[in-house]
Design a protein around this ligand. Sequence first.
Ligand code: SAM
Length: 345
Amino acid sequence: MAASGRLGTFRLPPLPTIRELIKLFRLRALKQLSQNFLLDLRLTDKIVRQAGNLRHAHVYEVGPGPGGITRSILNAGVAELLVVEKDIRFIPGLQMLSDAAPGKLRIVHGDVLTFKVENAFPESLRRQWEDDPPDVHIIGNLPFSVSTPLIIKWLENMSRRDGPFTFGRTQMTLTFQKEVAERLTASTGSKQRSRLSVMAQYLCHVQQVLTIPGRAFVPKPEVDVGVVHFTPLTQPQIEQPFKLVEKVVLNAFQFRRKYCHRGLSMLFPKAQRLESTGKLLELADVDPTLRPSKLSVSHFKSLCDVYRKMCDEDPHLFAYNFRDELRQLATKTLKGKNTKERATH
Ligand code: SAM
């Protein structure tokens, strides 16, 4: 039986190296697309191992490029790998990989920001949210300019249990600029604690599993890279709509160096700011003199719950944006100044 298990293990046949492939298809990295490639397959194997056991899994790889990580995923014995690549120059090289792994690799020339993975894998893979994570994984080494907006989008999907999370608690293993990886995983009180830390951690278990030096990429980026693994929590730590949590967190971190009441006060129109901020902090039982970085996810839970009640009581409150109020004030002042000037001429 052990022998048949071994026979079932898939390995790619000998292929040109990634470096040779890049030469063959003239795949010069495009600076405007922030392309940095991983050529060392031992390193791509190491990244892919961070995703866990991929045997018989369905994997969605974002931004495969010349296919280093793609090869490692295929060698991990997956049932199916779906790759979405925006740059058409990579498609022939990926096609070569697909020919070497018959029936395993599906290639889509498209944009990960709009691609709907929920329609791409069989419904039979779906699990209940409370069950163990499904056999669906997302893996990718994307340009930093894409990975940050993408993770915000996926966190919102996660909170609604749609998109890639229609399958259940789909796990993700993604690369980020090291500084962003540190922000995603920063604990309460640490220097890197930020909006991203709270938004990621109220929804998932987030762990930086690997750091890759910039010199491992071709061409070498300015910074080192962190590999981050996300597993959605069975129970989010804050049970309010994503947009509401985002608004509270965004405001709280608005003035990082000031006491938290300063940023939180901007949730309220000027006329009621003092009173409403006091009420919010008192009902949420949060010390107004804590710095934003000292606020835990449980502090944010209380703040979001109280703010939600306040929004339910005042239907205009959620739509309030202090920047709009500032803009209106500036326009009014300018108009007043112009009228005065015209009167004096
Ligand atoms: N995964 C490869 C590796 O590790 O060597 C390539 C990494 S390179 C940093 C990022 C890849 O993502 C490039 O191939 C780029 O063309 C692709 N990409 C960038 N934006 C994308 C998007 N919006 N949708 C799909 N692919 C994208």
